[in-house]
Design a protein around this ligand. Structure first.
Ligand SMILES: Nc1ncnc2c1ncn2[C@@H]1O[C@H](COP(=O)(O)OP(=O)(O)OP(=O)(O)O)[C@@H](O)[C@H]1O
Ligand SMILES: [Mg+2]
Length: 174
């Protein structure tokens, strides 16, 4: 874990963790665990190549929030809102948006709203993201394996990385 950026509170305000997914189920497990930590206003900023698993991750996250509807890729609709038993889920895919177009959407209403948000291709609109967020980079690691790098910026996201990093380490010892 990277503890750089120690804040005055004594808790780091930036930390990272790596989750080695051997298959799709491991990716879904990470998503479920993060959904367990989520609360209204949570923002997950996802990046990764085409087909890396951003939407697959989002589906498992939504399911764990208690979303009953089918969660599809929002590439053409840009933003989809879902009711979840625990809280609403806002799913965005900004691949086809220019930063100017994105700015007009008023994304802050979602980011600081009543639900949890996932942004696919988030780095394309980095300047519009909230300062505090969990960045998630999904990298291909051969066949169905994925290397998922989490960077928590601000609290509670930095603490989440410590939690997830610990679980990930234990997982490999099993
Ligand atoms: N470990 C894994 N994690 C996630 N998806 C996996 C994994 N292994 C295989 N897959 C498969 O990879 C594909 C990921 O597709 P998905 O639509 O989630 O990617 P994406 O990153 O959202 O792509 P896009 O950039 O086109 O939106 C799915 O077909 C899924 O079944
Ligand atoms: Mg997708």
């Amino acid at each position: 874990m990277d503890n750089s950026g120690q804040a005055g509170s004594g808790r780091p305000d930036r930390a990272s963790a790596v989750w080695e997914a051997r298959n799709e189920r491991d990716t879904a497990e990470l998503a479920r665990r993060l959904a367990g930590l989520a609360r209204p206003g949570t923002v997950l900023a996802l990046d990764g190549d085409l087909g890396a698993g951003k939407t697959r991750f989002s589906q498992a996250f939504a399911e764990a929030l208690g979303v009953k509807d089918v969660v599809n890729s929002p590439t053409f609709t840009i933003i989809k809102e879902y009711e979840g038993e625990r809280m609403p889920f806002y799913h965005m895919d900004v691949y086809r948006l220019s930063p100017e177009e994105a700015e007009e959407l008023g994304l802050d209403d979602y980011f600081f709203g009543d639900g949890a948000t996932i942004v696919e291709w988030a780095s394309l609109i980095r300047e519009l993201l909230p300062d505090e967020r969990l960045e998630i980079e999904i990298e291909h690691a051969g066949d169905d394996a994925r290397r998922i790098v989490l960077t928590g910026i601000g609290q509670p996201y930095a603490s989440w990385c410590a939690t997830i990093g610990q679980i990930g380490d234990d997982k490999h010892e099993r």
